[in-house]
Design a protein around this ligand. Structure first.
Ligand code: PFF
Length: 458
């Protein structure tokens, strides 16, 4: 089966697809408001350390496992550790993909709705009035059918891209959308910085406020470094499995983390400069994108254009990430069950859309199937994946290499394609060890808190 496996068409195509997976709602929505609320540059420094120490080593680890086995996670772990329980780590990845895409697809739908509202001039009546913008947003997401309608369109586009294959679908669209995202975000950042008062937004985002940085901000930064780099569920294993041996994996991983981080910062600049220039509330938190920005854009010259460009670029970022999540599920059914790409994608795209509809209903549309933990089903799926599934998946991947597969075998595969670049075996061992220990510790803190109400750190 592996010799007919589809491959990426070019080195650049792979880097853009992998960074397309990384760059998503996490960068443009989550990072700016997290940094804004948790100490600005103080948070950003912690986040960068997490990306460099934990993120980089796990991105490399996933690429190596994927390319070595030419298989998606379940098959990959089964091949490297036959007849052991390690294959369950692959299944954890497939399960995480289900969980994440169910709520991610709903947010993708919201973004599409906001493209439509903006393009039809709907933000105009919200100018300078975040309260009305908040009402519009709440009425929309707590509705029953309207959010589902947009979620279904978003998921249909996602399914369509994947059905067209690795090269003809995922790579082709990543090569179009990633440069567009960077250009549009760059334009919005320049626009923001040149507005009177805009530069105050930069000092809000980049001036360290250590008094706002708590231990839980550190936990948040670590969890987010997994989410933003799409780690811990085999996405990068799956994308790595379509690679040939000439690709330089270290170089590719450095590109992915650099692009991901640069785009998150650029999004922060574009958003906060605009928010400050127009005197809106920067500490709005999660409502920043759907509540504050719609009331801010119409106050700019050509505001309809700027608002539409922003939501359109957010849509593209969400789409390139969503396709990478669905590809994990699709690749499992192709590799392990011998299904065709079309059958696997359509069937499971549909199942995830249905689970996602329940996420949406739980926000007020009528049905909330999780009464425990005091969260909506939507929040529960987000919580379960970012706080547990991805970190546990990432930690076990590091442990797998250190304890089961062996760093020597790992280095053997990593070196292929690296030409003159080198990285020491000891450094890799130390980084993977640190990654596994930090993540293990953080998960423990979370479990103690939830199960026993004991806060190991404040
Ligand atoms: N990295 C994406 C973001 O920042 O929005 C989210 C994501 C994509 C998480 C793919 C996990 C994944 F496998």
């Amino acid at each position: 089966m592996s010799n007919q496996r589809e491959q990426w068409g070019s080195k650049l195509g792979f880097i853009l697809a992998a960074s397309g997976s990384a760059v998503g709602i996490g960068n443009i929505w989550k990072y700016p408001h997290m940094a804004g609320q948790n100490g600005g540059a103080a948070f950003t420094v912690v986040y960068l350390v997490c990306i460099l120490v934990v993120g980089l080593s796990i991105v490399i680890a996933e690429f190596v496992i994927g390319r070595r086995t030419q298989l998606s996670p379940v098959g990959a772990f089964e091949t490297l550790a036959p007849k052991t329980n390690w294959k369950w780590l692959g299944f954890l990845g497939v399960a995480s993909a289900f969980v994440i895409l169910s709520f991610y697809g709903v947010v993708g739908g919201w973004i599409m709705k906001y493209v439509v509202i903006s393009v039809t001039g709907g933000f105009k009546e919200l100018a300078g009035d975040p309260d009305s913008a908040g009402n519009v947003f709440n009425n929309f997401i707590t509705g029953t059918w309207s959010p589902i309608f947009f979620q279904v369109i978003f998921m249909t586009v996602c399914i369509w891209v994947i059905v067209n294959g690795v090269k003809g679908g995922i790579e082709k669209w990543s090569k179009i959308m990633m440069p567009l995202i960077i250009i549009l975000l760059g334009m919005l950042a320049v626009r923001g910085m040149t507005l009177p008062g805009g530069m105050e937004g930069i000092s809000f985002l980049f001036k360290p406020r250590f008094e706002d940085l708590t231990a839980s901000s550190v936990v948040l930064a670590l969890g987010h470094s997994f989410f933003t780099l799409s780690l811990g569920m085999g996405t990068m294993i799956t994308y790595g499995s379509y690679l040939g041996r000439k690709q330089n994996l270290l170089n590719s991983a450095l590109w992915v983390i650099t692009l991901d981080t640069a785009i998150a910062m650029l999004a922060g600049v574009a958003i906060f400069t605009t928010v400050f220039a127009l005197g809106a509330n920067p500490a709005e938190g999660p409502g920043l994108i759907f509540v504050v920005l719609p009331s801010v854009f119409p106050q700019l010259d050509a505001g309809t254009l700027w608002g539409t460009l922003f939501f359109f670029l957010l849509f593209m970022a969400a789409l390139t990430s969503a396709i990478s999540i669905l590809e994990v599920v699709t690749a499992y059914f192709i590799d392990q069950k011998g299904w065709t790409r079309k059958k696997a994608t359509i069937r499971f795209g549909l199942v995830i859309t249905i689970v996602g509809a329940f996420c949406s209903f739980s926000l007020g549309g009528g049905i909330n199937i999780t009464a425990f933990l005091g969260m909506s089903f939507f929040d529960f799926m987000d919580y379960l994946s970012s706080k547990y599934m991805l970190p546990i998946g990432g930690m076990l991947t590091a442990i797998f290499i250190l304890k089961k597969w062996g760093v020597n075998q790992f280095m053997d595969e990593l070196k292929s394609g690296m030409n003159k670049m080198t990285i020491s075996k000891n450094l890799i061992t130390i980084l993977l060890g640190i990654a596994a220990s930090i993540v293990g510790f953080i998960i423990l803190i979370e479990i103690f808190d939830v199960l026993f109400g004991i806060k190991l750190i404040q």
